[in-house]
Ligand binder design. Structure first.
Ligand code: PLP
Length: 485
């Protein structure tokens, strides 16, 4: 049954005289607004606000909230940009008054605890990445990419070298070439082999003295760890270039290997998927970066400095690229990441990755009989299955399957990415899901494959909107306010 509850606007629900709150009669003399405010700032009439009783109001917003999918309510096997379950404990700790009520203009001497926490987080991320200099400012993974590329550009400027090219593999997340363009570089795509790894011949053909950075995601977006990474780093370094490691998939290798150890010069973390914290689409998220000691002087200011047992924010940085975010970034998100890392500790973080990889492999082994996984029988934290056979045999697309999953209460996986897999369905269960949930998801996929094609083409059947034009919905949202009619 389609969920059409509460799709009316508050204005449509409005009835004159209804109220959610009634204030007692005022017991002090009332002055008229005309006496209190100059006439030019007064509106001609009260605004046409909706008039609604409390219960109607509560139902309206509660019902609206049921139309969203969230990790707290549904299995969310979205690959690549996955936001995994955020433990409630971290939400509670980030809401402690000493952290939540801090004002960004407070003097350093009054926020010593918070500065100590952020300083320690920098050291922890340095240790996890094997790259000692950390900047917590960027507000999202893509923002971290841009920041690091600006650091690279500053580094080459200091060396007096003009390097215009950034290389990215064809399996790269779209933000990689986009960040490179924003940082003023030309982007060049490097091919992957059919097995999903960097094509070394193509890499060598495209590497030259004009190459500034090779951006690589490892494990990559196919869920494969590219074991050629040390050789890739050697070749890039040989021509004087830098390796940027897109660390979105660090949740597969925590405590097992470190980007700094396998040749990376710079990287970003995606805390929403590796630790905990919201994925704010560039909003209230975070994308800390870590770089080698040699690149540290270019990092954005302010930098937290520890002097004895005191901390302060240092705004001097002769060759820093400057600020990339107001104040110190999204501190609340960083606090959640800190809590997550401290809660698990080194051994616990390793277990997180082992379980993320185990869950993904369990699901892969179930799903592959119906949706083949072209890149192999084993994966890291996620895998990319192909719906091509279903498309050829029955005309049912990966999009149809993804949409139908919504009817069964599962969030859809990422589809059609990376583009090198036909009818791609990228699935990432994360370590927090139970075997029962993974079994139920696999069984639902099997069931969908047996359903009539016509039913699947029209799916979803239970959501309030079925198949909007996704590009128009994002670019030209209809935000009508009927209160002004
Ligand atoms: C591989 C990869 N790189 C980069 C990003 C960009 O990160 P963000 O969405 O935080 O900007 C993502 C998304 O999470 C990703 O999956």
């Amino acid at each position: 049954m389609r969920n059409t509850r509460s799709t009316q606007l508050l204005f449509d629900l409005s009835k004159p005289g209804r109220r959610a709150a009634r204030l007692p009669e005022c017991d002090v003399p009332l002055a008229s607004l005309q006496e209190l405010l100059p006439s030019e700032v007064l509106a001609l009439a009260p605004p046409p606000l909706p008039e609604i009783a409390e219960l109607e109001l509560v139902r309206h917003f509660t019902n609206l909230s049921t139309q969203n999918m969230s990790v707290d309510t549904h299995f969310y096997p979205l690959g690549s940009c996955t936001m995994k379950y955020n433990p409630k404990r971290n939400e509670r700790l980030a809401s402690l008054p000493g952290l939540l009520d801090v004002h960004p203009y407070q003097h350093d001497s009054t926020i010593q605890g918070l500065l100590a926490l952020l300083w320690e987080l920098e050291r922890m991320l340095g240790e996890i990445s094997g790259l000692p200099a950390v900047c917590l400012q960027p507000a999202a993974g893509a923002h971290g990419e841009l920041t690091a590329l600006l650091v690279a550009a500053a580094h080459f400027r200091t060396l007096g070298q003009k390097r215009a090219k950034v290389l990215t593999p064809d399996s790269a997340h779209g933000t990689n070439p986009a960040s490179a363009s924003m940082a003023g570089f030309d982007t060049v795509t490097v091919k992957s082999t059919p097995a999903g790894f960097v094509d070394m011949e193509d890499l060598s053909a495209k590497l030259d003295e004009n190459t500034a950075v090779f951006m690589i995601t490892n494990p990559n977006t196919l869920g494969m760890f590219d074991r050629q990474i040390a050789e890739i780093a050697r070749r890039v370094h040989e021509v004087g270039g830098l390796i940027y490691l897109d660390g979105a998939n660090m949740n597969a290798i925590l405590g097992i290997t470190r980007p700094g150890d396998f040749g990376a010069d710079m990287m970003h973390f995606n805390p929403h998927k590796t630790f905990s914290g919201p994925h704010g689409g560039g909003g209230p998220g975070a994308g800390p970066i870590a770089v080698t000691a040699a690149l540290a002087p270019y990092l954005p200011v302010p930098v937290i400095v520890r002097e004895g047992d005191k901390y302060r924010l240092n705004y001097d940085g002769a060759i820093s690229i400057g600020r990339v975010r107001s104040f110190f970034g999204n501190v609340g998100v960083l606090v959640r990441a800190y809590c997550y890392i401290r809660t698990h500790g080194p051994e616990g973080l390793k277990r997180v990755s082992e379980n993320a990889v185990l869950n993904a492999n369990y699901l892969l082994s179930k799903v592959k009989h119906i949706f083949p996984v072209p890149q192999g029988d084993r994966c890291m934290h996620e895998f990319v299955a192909s719906g091509q056979k279903l498309k050829t045999d029955r005309g049912v697309s990966a999009m149809d399957v993804a949409k139908r999953l919504l009817d069964y209460g599962f969030h859809a996986p990422t589809v059609y990415f990376p583009p090198i897999v036909r009818e791609a369905m990228m699935i990432e269960p994360t370590e927090t899901e139970t075997k029962e949930t993974l079994d139920a998801f696999a069984e639902t996929l099997f069931r969908i494959c047996e359903e009539p094609a016509d039913l699947l083409h029209e799916a979803p059947h239970t959501t309030s909107i079925s198949r909007p034009d996704e590009v128009r919905a994002a670019r030209q949202p209809v935000l009508a306010w009927t209160g002004t009619k």
